[in-house]
Structure formats: structure tokens, C-alpha cells
Design a protein around this ligand. Structure first.
Ligand code: C5P
Length: 219
């Protein structure tokens, strides 16, 4: 089977990264969490008290930001493991504002495209099938019931010992989905040639089986 590019897009907390990670591992592919990159930029801006409105400082900051992934998929910001910090609500509450800045997107998209040059990659995000890899051999658009998504994200945060109420998680998902789908630059859209998987009633194995089947067809 030839190595292909697999794009997985969808709304916040649909389980994209869980599916993408297990699919990549099954196929022996590289997994790239594009959302983690926007989260790392957001963490950097928050740590340096840089607001998105301050375009000059954002531009300068982008030159000082180096994002890499460790072998265990942890996100490294200028060499520092920030995997846990980028999942905190302080970052979640600001990331969509940061990700709507065209300069930020341009910098991230260019890095993401470089990561895909060797193919054999599963990347999840919001604009992977539409902007980053419009020619990806397989595009999956993942959806799930909003209540279920909020509950899943809440449980995930609770498991990690991060404090947040279910209401706050729900409000954050609604806020991010709204900004992500209405921004001018690369809004979240289902690519015309994407296959929809609604995982509201599917368990992880069922989703993975479906994705493996689609990958085999596409490869
Ligand atoms: O995937 P995750 O929920 O961690 O992404 C965090 C945020 O990063 C999203 O809400 C969205 O604003 C932004 N994002 C994006 N484009 C991507 C991936 C994520 O704008 N490809």
C-alpha cells in the first residue's frame, strides 16, 4: 500500500486526536496534532502578555517560536515539553482568537505542509482537508452530538486533575466552534470530498475500523 496523507477535521472535542493517533499507529504513520501547534503559539503569547490585536508583537513572537513533537507525541515549545500546559482552560479560552490571525495561520500551515512532504501522515485539525492538504487521499470529517462532546472533554480534563465545570467546558466548545467556523481565514468547513463519520454512537474500535477501511480504499 502506498503511503498517503490522511486529513481528519471536525468541531472541537469530537475525538479527532484519539482516532488520528490510533489510525497512525495502526498504519505505521506519523501523527500530527495541528491544534497543539495553535495551542503552543497561544501559550507563548499568554506567557509574554502579547495580545492578538498587537500585530507587530505577534509577528515578532512567531519568529521566536519553534514547535516540534517528541517521539511520545508531546508538544515541544522551544524545546520545552508543554503538553500538559497547552490543554489548560486558560489556553483553550484564547486559542481560537489566536488561530484566527492570518499571520499565525500562514506560519503554522507552512510548517504543517513541510511535515507532510514525506507522506505517511495523519493530521487532525480544522482546515487540513481544505487548506493544508487539499489533495489528501483521504479526508474524514468527524462529528458528534455537542452534549456528548462536552461530557467527553469534561471527563478527560477531570481525569488529568484539571479543574473545570461541565458548563465552562460546554461554553468553551460553543465559543471555539463559533469562531473557528466564522473566521475569514480558512474557516472550519467540511471538504466537498470528505467522508463524514458521526461518532456519537460509535466506540473507539468501531471508528478505527471504519477509518482503516477508508484508508485501505484510498491507498
Ligand atoms: O484541536 P484542538 O481543539 O486542540 O484545537 C485548538 C484550536 O486550534 C481550535 O479550537 C482552533 O481554533 C485551532 N485550530 C485551527 N486549525 C487547525 C487546528 C486547530 O484553527 N488546523
Amino acid at each position: 500500500m502506498k503511503k498517503i496523507i490522511i486529513a481528519i477535521d471536525g468541531y472541537s472535542s469530537c475525538g479527532k486526536s484519539t482516532l488520528a493517533k490510533s489510525l497512525a499507529s495502526h498504519l505505521g504513520y506519523t501523527y500530527i496534532d495541528s491544534g497543539a501547534m495553535y495551542r503552543a503559539v497561544t501559550l507563548f503569547l499568554l506567557e509574554h502578555s502579547i495580545k492578538v490585536e498587537d500585530q507587530d508583537r505577534v509577528q515578532t513572537a512567531l519568529k521566536d517560536i519553534n514547535i516540534r513533537f517528541a517521539d511520545n507525541n508531546h508538544t515541544l515549545l522551544n524545546g520545552r515539553d508543554v503538553e500538559s500546559e497547552i490543554r489548560q482552560m486558560s489556553v483553550s479560552n484564547y486559542v481560537s482568537e489566536v488561530a484566527a490571525v492570518p499571520e499565525v495561520r500562514r506560519a503554522m500551515v507552512s510548517q504543517q505542509q513541510q511535515m507532510g512532504e514525506e507522506r505517511g501522515i495523519v493530521m487532525d485539525g480544522r482546515d487540513i482537508g481544505t487548506v493544508v492538504f487539499p489533495k489528501a487521499e483521504l479526508k474524514i470529517f468527524l462529528t458528534a452530538d455537542p452534549e456528548i462532546r462536552a461530557r467527553r472533554r469534561y471527563d478527560e480534563l477531570a481525569q488529568k486533575g484539571q479543574e473545570a465545570t461541565l458548563e465552562a467546558v460546554k461554553a468553551n466548545l460553543t465559543h471555539r466552534d463559533h469562531i473557528d467556523s466564522t473566521r475569514e481565514d480558512s474557516p472550519l468547513r467540511q471538504a466537498a470530498d470528505a467522508v463524514i463519520i458521526d461518532n456519537t454512537l460509535l466506540n473507539r474500535e468501531e471508528q478505527l475500523d471504519r477509518a482503516i477501511f477508508l484508508a485501505r480504499q484510498a491507498g
